[in-house]
Ligand binder design. Sequence first.
Ligand SMILES: Cc1cc2nc3c(=O)[nH]c(=O)nc-3n(C[C@H](O)[C@H](O)[C@H](O)COP(=O)(O)O)c2cc1C
Length: 212
Amino acid sequence: MKLLQIDSSARSASVSRQLTAGFVSAWRRENPEGQVTQRDLATTAFPPITDEWLKAAFETPDKRTGAQQQVLSLSETLTDELVAAHTIAIGAPMYNFTISSPLKAWIDQIVRPGKTVAYGPGGPKGLLTGKKVAVLTARGGSYSNGSPKAGYDYQEPYLRVILAYIGLNDVTFIHAENQQRGDQAQQAREAALAQVERLVAAASATASERGI
Ligand SMILES: Cc1cc2nc3c(=O)[nH]c(=O)nc-3n(C[C@H](O)[C@H](O)[C@H](O)COP(=O)(O)O)c2cc1C
């Protein structure tokens, strides 16, 4: 089994990084033979999406020039990491009511025609089926249903849409909210970490029932 850990916070003392670390250690306990790939988007140097990049991405692979292969090389690596993974844990800080720019830059590199999404007469079809995704967020405030700022959450709804677009429909969100509300931050963090543990344990129990 393969787990892909993705971090996208600018901060080393980051709450979303604590959640992905908790996910990885629980997953390693359940999958001692498993393989973990770590991808830190905050230290990944992303090439811009240029005219050249787009032409290369939409060209059939065997017709790509050397220069086009070169411009797509990070995208190929990132997409291969995703295709190889059975489970994906994404750490996502909320910045300005949405995702961080490194996470958006990663998305622009991995939504790839022919690799993660196919365009046919029936419209786009996501190709990454059969994988489990956990999105582990950290937020300064609270955006839960019914709260005054619930409508400001452009993080979870966007991620649900774009992940489904590439076929990732089995997605669980765990939020460590209120991280900028001193008295509530620690309790929210601990609750999120406990949810992470329960999620990994439940996924392992389901997998062993199915004999996976
Ligand atoms: C640039 C920036 C923008 C932020 N914008 C928001 C925001 O819109 N809403 C919110 O609730 N918290 C916001 N925060 C607070 C972070 O979501 C919070 O500190 C969270 O813990 C960040 O995740 P991390 O600990 O993994 O870095 C922002 C923080 C930064 C640095």
